[in-house]
Design a protein around this ligand. Structure first.
Ligand SMILES: [Zn+2]
Length: 119
């Protein structure tokens, strides 16, 4: 009646190591001629030089030579004041010298603002 049976320790089930050795590391890219697409952002103001420049007007799409309007900048006035202190007749010099002024470029066709030349 009295069976002295030690309960056998249940062994853990054999671990099934599912080692998925997927060794297909050959990731194939499409070997095509890679053409980097340069996305040119639409800029409103174009960097221009101080002189009238041949330009395709973005507004009327005409090949035009820009109309330049010089603007007196703060630097121009400061320069004028400085010249005024040195010698009065020289006051008008900075207003005549293009390099002291900003140049705004406009389309002569449709008067659209194209860009400006800043110092
Ligand atoms: Zn235009």
């Amino acid at each position: 009646m009295s069976t002295d049976e030690l309960p056998q320790k249940g062994q853990p089930p054999p671990y099934e190591g599912e080692a998925e050795a997927s060794r297909d590391g050959g990731v194939r890219y499409q070997s095509g001629p890679a053409q980097p697409q340069m996305v040119v952002p639409v800029v409103v103001s174009h960097p221009m030089g101080p002189k009238p420049t041949p330009f395709t007007c973005p507004s009327c799409n005409q090949q035009v030579v820009t109309r330049v309007e010089h603007k007196s900048t703060t630097k121009t006035h400061l320069f004028a004041i400085l010249l005024c202190l040195i010698c009065c007749p020289c006051v008008c010099v900075p207003y005549c010298v293009d390099s002291c002024q900003n140049a705004d470029h406009y389309c002569p066709n449709c008067s659209a603002y194209i860009g400006s030349y800043n110092h």
